[in-house]
Design a protein around this ligand. Structure first.
Ligand code: ZN
Length: 162
């Protein structure tokens, strides 16, 4: 009973348990992740587009444009024979391919944004989903995509984190 109480207090939200004074880390999403060797690569790109946000009271309600800066983070736990997680050129090309879908578009007209507002949050998600389909493999995956709509305002989508 005392142990259960301790677990509830000390590890609320984790799957860890404590036996003989040691925390058992296997199977715990949080600690399992912390213990896995992890590599991360990041590239930065950009695109220009127009949008206006529906049901939004603010400056973005009216038609206008942004030059979005896009940050793509890929993580993985294994390098290839060349010692890289993935080639930067390959990631940049995949990102350019996906950005072609939104560059110089009126985002509200795209099918993806008919149901969802073309907010920076949903833009990041759109890019995340399209990039994941192109980049993900057994040992690497798109971890996050951030969309900066100005130099001090950014939204990030993480999807299913691994
Ligand atoms: Zn805007």
């Amino acid at each position: 009973m005392a142990i259960d109480k301790e677990r509830a207090i000390e590890f609320n939200g984790h799957n860890c348990s404590k036996e003989n004074g040691f925390w058992l880390l296997a199977g715990c999403r949080f600690h399992g992740k912390m213990r896995t060797p992890m590599y991360e690569v990041k590239i930065i790109s950009d695109f220009a587009a127009a949008h206006n946000l529906r049901n939004f009271r603010g400056r973005c309600e009216n038609l206008h444009g942004h030059n979005w800066k896009v940050e793509v983070v890929v993580r993985g736990d294994r390098l290839d024979d060349a010692g890289v997680l993935l080639d930067f050129g390959e990631l940049k090309q995949a990102t350019r391919d996906v950005l072609q879908l939104v560059d110089h578009q009126y985002l509200n007209d795209l099918p993806y944004f008919k149901e969802r507002n073309p907010s920076s949050e949903y833009i990041a998600r759109f890019l995340f989903e399209n990039l994941s389909a192109r980049v993900n493999g057994d040992h690497r995956w798109v971890h996050s995509v951030s969309a900066w709509e100005s130099k001090d305002s950014c939204a990030t989508y993480y999807g299913e984190s691994r």
